[in-house]
Design a binder for this molecule. Structure first.
Ligand code: PFF
Length: 453
């Protein structure tokens, strides 16, 4: 453990909230959310997702916050402090998750930079097949590795400056910018021809869809709720460890979740009108969604190049404000436990993450290999073990910690713990099983085929 100087802290309450919002609002909101809505049946999925955000996301976020604030340590140190026996090592899962997720997240973020430039050069292609070919060419290879490097340099530059002068300052600029631009885009696309058809698709649920497809809607909605709130990655533990005073963590969580949900919702208000106006089906394209069908739709619209460039630049900013949070998870570990100074830690870790990302920038199948493993297994596993540990064996500590800054919670505290003990744990167990099955299918299918080539 570090014996060195004073641990860093956020300068302001809004700084902490913006940093957490910055972490939460990312590719998960802008890239993943609309295509999941598209694939999982439109508004019906939206309703289930919102339910999970409140019932699962909110209690799980509070768990990470109390652990971080209580221990004032990075995830590894925090778990060593509160865990016993094998539980002491759970923190390592968070470090591994952060390391792996950031390696390919940065590659995808590089694509958003590329697509901003495409817009500025008026190079979006309206034809769907050609747009797809364009994406495949740009998504991997030297170009992708170069942009991955550029993005990592930006991440390193911010994190190297520290909590207050680096992350806090950056998010105070980035978050207001994201909000203003997204609202502006939503207002603009409301004038498009396809807008009203898009709104009814997005906003009026067909309840029959839930009955027919709940087996796929439920895990997708739960996974999305966890991912979008940056849970299971150690981010919220780490960010709360820099809180000095006793703040009302329940209120802060509600604000953070509110912002994150609002941005995801507004993204749908932007993406669907653009797709409907260009006559592109919202569900088809899957993961290539914003880079293939949305880019093609921009290629079809008057001023699409400009709207597209603004949109992708905003996505890049959102990705940056998320990436710095994951980087901070690993850097905080190196500072606390290995006694490194911040700049050395940031450079070394940033360099290592860049190298780990090269395979993902080299081939899309390798990106999937990392993504599925980190996102469907590591992340869920870390979140699950933490939820079990804190809710089942440390509930008194957790409630007391939450009450610091709120006051006596009475039966609300017990309700929170039980929400974690059963619903959160159950949802994560199911998600983990499905994740492992899915990964196995990938390894024996797409990946095996790739290896043979
Ligand atoms: N909540 C983030 C998102 O929705 O994009 C999840 C995340 C992913 C955070 C990757 C940080 C990160 F580097």
């Amino acid at each position: 453990m570090s014996s060195g100087g004073q641990r860093e802290q956020w300068a302001t309450r809004i700084g902490f909230i913006f940093a957490a919002v910055g972490s939460a609002v990312g590719l998960g909101n802008i890239w993943r959310f609309p295509f999941q809505v598209g694939q999982e049946g439109g508004a019906a999925f939206l309703v289930i997702y919102l339910l999970f955000i409140v019932l699962i996301g909110f209690p799980a976020m509070l768990i990470e916050f109390v652990v971080g604030r209580h221990t004032e340590r990075n995830p590894v140190g925090a778990l060593q402090e509160i865990g016993a026996g094998a539980w002491r090592y759970v923190g390592w899962i968070f470090i591994a998750t952060g390391f792996v997720i950031l390696s390919y997240y940065s590659v995808v973020a590089g694509w958003t930079i590329r697509y901003t430039l495409l817009g500025l050069q008026d190079d979006y292609i309206a034809d769907a097949a050609e747009a797809e070919a364009q994406f495949v060419t740009l998504a991997s290879g030297l170009d992708a590795i170069f942009l991955h490097a550029i993005f990592m340099v930006a991440v390193i530059a911010i994190v190297a400056y520290g909590i207050e002068r680096g992350i806090e300052l950056a998010v105070k600029v980035m978050i207001p910018a994201i909000i203003v631009i997204m609202l502006g885009l939503a207002v603009y696309v409301a004038t498009l021809e396809g807008a009203s058809e898009a709104y009814s698709y997005y906003l009026s649920p067909e309840w029959g869809v839930i009955a027919a497809e709940w087996q796929s809607i439920l895990p997708a909605a739960a996974g999305q709720a966890f991912f979008t709130l940056s849970l299971g990655m150690g981010v919220m533990i780490t960010y709360a460890s820099y809180l000095g005073e006793d703040r009302n963590l329940a209120e802060d969580s509600a604000i953070i979740i509110g912002f994150d949900t609002a941005i995801a919702f507004v993204t749908g208000l932007i993406v669907f009108p653009v797709l409907f106006t260009a006559g592109v089906a919202p569900g088809d394209p899957g993961a290539g969604a914003i880079f293939v069908s949305l880019a093609a739709a921009f290629g079809d619209l008057t001023f699409g190049w400009l709207i597209g460039a603004i949109f992708f630049a905003t996505v890049a900013i959102a990705a940056l404000s998320s990436a710095i949070s994951l980087m901070e998870v690993v850097v905080s570990y190196a500072i606390d436990e290995l006694d490194l100074d911040r700049v050395t830690a940031t450079l070394a870790i940033g360099g290592a993450i860049f190298l780990l990302g090269i395979p993902s920038a080299y081939d899309l199948v390798l990106l999937d290999l990392f993504d599925l493993f980190a996102d469907q297994i590591l992340l869920v596993l870390g979140g699950l073990l933490l939820a079990i540990l804190v809710s089942w064996s440390l509930s008194t500590l957790a409630i007391e910690e939450l009450e610091r800054g709120i006051g006596d919670l009475g039966s609300l505290g017990t309700a929170w713990i039980w929400a974690v003990r059963i619903p959160v744990v159950l949802v994560l167990v199911v998600a983990l099983v499905l994740g492992i099955l899915d990964y196995y299918e990938f390894l024996s299918g797409d990946f095996a085929a790739w290896l043979e080539e």
